[in-house]
Design a protein around this ligand. Structure first.
Ligand SMILES: [Zn+2]
Length: 132
């Protein structure tokens, strides 16, 4: 989480609006944040300051690397599929094997193992449950 007022990693949350809102800040922007919060009238009291713990390596990998890697792979695959010399239809009325063949060719080029591809639960690694 970044500081609200600079590009540094936030180290604290200033909690305000009777505990219903917070502003992530770095150590250098405590005064600035309090000053900005005071502009919000009757909700302007800072009711707490909570230290933000550092993310574990696993949490950082999940938040940044896995998401980035998955979305990058998807774009890379789309780029591969849309630059083949011949087109194949893709859609509900299309056959699956030609699309699968191209996916397998892309995976082979990229050295991506698909032996244990987790189609049903991959989003759980990202802390999401979207496929219901
Ligand atoms: Zn800052």
């Amino acid at each position: 989480m970044k500081c609200e007022y600079c590009k540094s990693i936030a180290t604290k949350k200033l909690i305000w609006a009777d505990g219903r809102a917070f502003v992530p800040i770095c150590d250098d922007h405590v005064t600035k944040a309090k000053s900005e919060i005071r502009k919000h009238g009757k909700w302007a009291d800072v009711v707490g300051v909570k230290k933000i713990r550092e993310m574990t390596l696993a949490e950082a990998l999940i938040e940044y690397k896995v998401d980035t890697a998955i979305s990058g792979a998807c774009f890379d695959l789309l780029g591969y599929l849309t630059t083949r010399p011949t087109s194949i239809p893709v859609g509900a009325d299309s056959l699956c094997p030609p699309v699968l063949e191209r996916f397998l060719a892309w995976a082979k080029i990229r050295g991506l193992s698909i032996d244990d591809a987790d189609v049903k639960h991959w989003e759980h690694v990202l802390g999401r449950n979207l496929m219901q």
